[in-house]
Design a protein around this ligand. Structure first.
Ligand code: ZN
Ligand code: ZN
Length: 887
């Protein structure tokens, strides 16, 4: 195989095989949604899943690993979104190949293997390869020079900015070293000072080797790590481009199938006009991110990860529009991605129907407002251009966002060539005003809200409920009928705010606490507790006795049993979430939840119904975790600490707020402000009650815990026992017993049907004896007792068969109505018409009807006239016969 024939799949496979042969454990790509770092928006590097191993917080049963990791850089700190499409190397989604040593081999072997793989396995020309090292890292310099074929003039020393890496402000850090390829003067900027480190594409970085050598403490002091580690990263797309001789990443076999498809859909050709190329690159890139993100359980929404996905989808749709793609197309290009990537990620193809469904829904929603929005925006921009404006006003940006669903990126893309910037301050202010309005519009917010006054003063309730369920505090505000009042008395329905409270205000799916608030002669029953968006906790309830005034000190006591029941159901949702991911896959993501004292509801992304067996497995695994009885650990950090790791878009929290990370060993880690049990064992028992669908791609599990689960099991057991007793058997033999009973019942039904048929025959024998002959025609008119028209017809048919020749009219009283049927045998059809005969008969019982000449059915409303009607039959036949014979 020549180098240029190497596909991206070959490249990935050879990388992993190379390190596997050298004792590395091949680790499957982790989800794009990091499960053990809830503060990180997306997995954005190969080392992310190993972060805790590098920090020494997690032990693995291997010390060398290699992986090809799915990564997304969009939103948060690493935001490449607006560059994607305009360059050949930026992507929202990419794969990172890497080998890792956790305190095992270090610089020498890392460099040796990297060089060997690049030159021997990938066949890159040695004479074009360069290496960079950190300026003070003589060790790495010497290793390159001694152990590889690189001459010293192609080893460059670079400064801290390029070649020193750190995990954060504190923690592991160290020098790094890169392998670069010289793509030739033709590719470069052509400036005389062009060399390694230049911004242009001539010296392209291919592989970064990080030598984690030191630990940096808070004062900035670096001490050598006892066991230095290796973390390396090589972008698959870039490597594929170099090996396949492509000018940029898009011209590799990773992207070209998508580009070809976009050409076919749009009728435009790639590599003809720069504008068209940008659009095609955006669509090709974003289709990949969309397919992989949705495959990992992210759904488009207005916050956090979901909003990043929505921005990516909408940006692609807008660029598709510039290619003339005015109907939904992105779900098709995403399906192509699933096909192209299926060799390495077969799970993508398995959830293909789900992924395309979600994308198509988003396309239809956005296309509905896109045209109108673009018109409004272009008109406004024309005006601004005419004025020579350099900024797009924040109000306009907000209007586009709010009315037409345009993410800010889209407006940025549109004004890119105008060199206009967006006035983000104005946008943020408009956004803040809207948030305020939506808060005010909440149902329990009275107009001119009393609470807005409190938050304007910077007052927030101190939540004490993580530590206790009872405490004393001062009344800050009393609200009665929407108005801020000085005091309230017995019988009043009020809302009460205190400086601090152990009461949990309903949020994040967990319902609010109930309990009592009391003081000197005063007692209030709290029926619900709410939390407003500014973290003011509001107790709602009824004053049972006494009076209360602002400024007084009261004792707040949460209903502890209820709180504990809620905590059990809450804690178990964390376990359930983790178990679902373990059993069903990484695409499982929480889509909603309700945590009440008596039950819990957990909604999550998943493609199909869960069968009984799997559901039982999930239930068992959750109960296993409960029985392990491990403690829950809570880490509090300031929102800004979390922001630093790239979580900007993840929270509604503001700077200064603290966020809580709740962990159950290394098994579950979630950002959560709710109240939990101390240990998993406190949950007692977990029982799933139902599983079903709530929306496309969203499933719901309902379950119970603790004494409710016990009660449920006891009740079921009791029912079984009672049933067994009634059936005189043992519970274990119930199924067999019931099956036997049902078989017996079937036999009885069959027997009964035979008896009925026999009785009917006997009844018709009886009837036949009542035949009268009118004008030589046998006529039978008789009342019978059957209760459905079908049965009446059957009886008439039966009599007809036995009579062979004649006219039959039967009547029956059923449910206060009359049923009638008339039959004329074939040999009398020339003269008689069943429908006409019955019409006259029915008239007597206050009904109507008719039918065919040989058979007719009718009804009537006067059962008391049935005898009279049937008696008239003979006359009608005689009259009809005479009439017919005359004509
Ligand atoms: Zn250059
Ligand atoms: Zn929680």
């Amino acid at each position: 195989m020549t180098t240029e024939d190497m596909t991206a799949n070959d490249l990935r496979r050879r990388f992993l095989a190379y390190f596997e042969e050298r004792g590395h454990t091949i680790v499957k790509s982790a989800s794009l949604v990091p499960h053990d770092d809830p503060t990180l928006l997306f997995t954005n590097a190969g080392m992310v899943p190993f972060k805790r191993t590098f920090l020494g917080e997690e032990k693995r049963d291997y010390v060398q690993a290699a992986s090809s990791q799915k990564c997304v850089r969009a939103g948060g700190k690493h935001n490449d979104l607006e560059n994607v499409g305009h360059t050949g190397r930026h992507h929202t989604f990419f794969e990172m190949l890497g080998n890792f040593s956790f305190g095992d081999y270090f610089k020498a072997l890392a460099i040796e293997m990297a060089w060997d793989l690049m030159t021997r396995v990938y066949g890159l020309p040695e004479e074009r390869l360069w290496a960079s090292v950190y300026e003070k890292d003589d060790e790495a310099y010497d290793l390159w020079s001694r152990n590889t074929g690189i001459p010293e003039e192609r080893i460059v020393r670079l400064g801290e900015k390029d070649n020193f890496w750190s995990m954060g402000d504190t923690g592991p850090c160290g020098p790094c070293s890169e392998i670069l390829i010289d793509q030739g003067e033709a590719i470069g900027c052509g400036r005389p000072e062009c060399r390694v480190g230049c911004e242009c594409d001539r010296y392209l970085e291919l592989w970064n080797l990080v030598f984690m050598e030191f630990n940096r403490d808070e004062s900035g002091k670096m001490t050598p790590l006892p066991k230095p580690s290796i973390d390396t990263g090589m972008g698959l797309e870039r490597m594929a481009a170099v090996i396949q001789g492509a000018k940029n990443n898009y011209e590799t076999d990773l992207f070209m199938p998508s580009i070809r498809q976009i050409e076919a859909l749009s009728g435009h050709a790639f590599r003809v006009s720069p504008e068209v190329d940008v659009s095609m690159k955006v669509v090709a890139d974003h289709s990949r991110a969309a397919a992989f993100l949705i495959g990992d359980g992210v759904l488009p929404s207005n916050e956090g990860r979901g909003y990043v996905l929505r921005r990516i989808l909408r940006r692609a749709i807008r660029y598709g529009r510039t290619l003339g793609l005015t109907r939904p197309f992105l779900h098709q290009t995403a399906r192509k991605v699933s096909q192209v990537m299926s060799a390495a990620y077969p799970e993508l193809l398995e959830s293909d129907a789900y992924i395309t469904n979600i994308i198509k829904g988003e396309e239809e929603r956005f296309l509905a407002t896109l045209d109108a929005g673009l018109r409004v925006l272009e008109d406004a921009l024309d005006e601004l251009r005419a004025q020579g404006a350099s900024q797009v006003p924040g109000d306009l940006v907000f209007k586009m966002y709010d009315t037409y669903g345009f993410p800010v990126d889209i407006i940025q893309d549109i004004v890119r060539d105008d060199r206009m910037s967006l006035e983000m301050k104005g946008f943020d202010a408009a956004m803040e005003r809207q948030r305020f309005r939506s808060r005010r519009d909440r149902p329990f917010y009275p107009e001119g809200s009393a609470y807005a006054k409190l938050s304007a003063q910077g007052i927030k309730t101190d939540f004490l409920g993580y530590e206790c369920t009872r405490s004393d505090s001062q009344v800050v505000m009393i609200v009665r009928q929407g108005k801020d009042v000085e005091k309230a008395e017995e019988g009043d329905e009020i809302e009460l705010v205190t400086a601090g409270t152990p009461f949990y205000g309903g949020a994040g799916g967990q319902v609010g606490d109930r309990g009592r608030i009391y003081g000197q002669g005063f007692e209030m029953a709290v029926s619900d507790t709410l939390k407003d968006p500014n973290n003011i906790i509001i107790h709602k309830g009824n004053i049972l006795r006494g009076q209360i005034a602002a400024g007084q000190t009261v004792t707040l006591a949460v209903d502890e049993d209820r709180r504990l029941a809620i905590a059990k159901n809450h804690t178990v949702t964390h376990i359930l979430h983790a178990v679902l991911r373990q059993v069903l896959g990484d695409h499982v993501k929480q889509a909603g939840s309700l945590v009440a004292p008596d039950r819990l509801r957990f909604d999550f992304t998943h493609f199909a119904a869960i069968n009984e067996e799997t559901l039982q497995k999930i239930e068992t695994l959750v109960n296993d975790r409960i029985q392990q009885n491990v403690p829950l650990e809570t880490e509090e950090m300031l929102a800004e600490e979390a922001f630093k790791t790239g979580a900007t878009a993840l929270f509604e929290e503001k700077y200064g707020d603290s966020v809580r990370v709740v962990a159950i060993e290394d098994f579950s880690k979630e950002l959560c402000g709710g109240t939990h049990t101390d240990r998993t064992g406190d949950i007692g028992l977990f029982k799933i009650v139902s599983e079903g669908s709530v929306a496309a791609g969203v499933r719901r599990i309902e379950a119970v815990t603790g004494t409710v689960a016990l009660g449920l099991a006891q009740k079921a057991f009791h029912t079984l026992n009672a049933l067994a007793e009634t059936l005189k058997t043992k519970p274990d033999e119930l199924v067999a017993r019931v099956e036997k009973l049902m078989a017996h019942q079937k036999a009885l039904e069959k027997e009964l049907a035979a008896i009925k048929t026999k009785a009917q025959a006997e009844a018709s024998d009886q009837a036949l004896s009542d035949i009268q002959v009118v004008d030589g025609v046998s006529v039978l008119a008789q009342e019978v007792s059957v209760d459905t028209p079908a049965a009446l017809r059957d009886l008439a048919d039966n009599l007809k068969a036995r009579m062979k020749s004649g006219i039959i009219v039967l009547g029956s009283k059923a449910n206060g109505k009359v049923l009638l049927v008339a039959v004329v045998t074939k040999d009398h059809l020339e003269t008689y018409h069943a429908g006409q005969i019955l019409k006259e008969v029915a008239a007597v019982v206050g009904g109507g009807g008719g039918g065919r000449p040989d058979m007719a059915q009718a009804g009537g409303s006067k059962p008391e006239k049935l005898t009279e009607a049937l008696a008239a039959v003979y006359e009608i036949v005689a009259k009809r016969g005479a009439y017919r014979q005359e004509t």
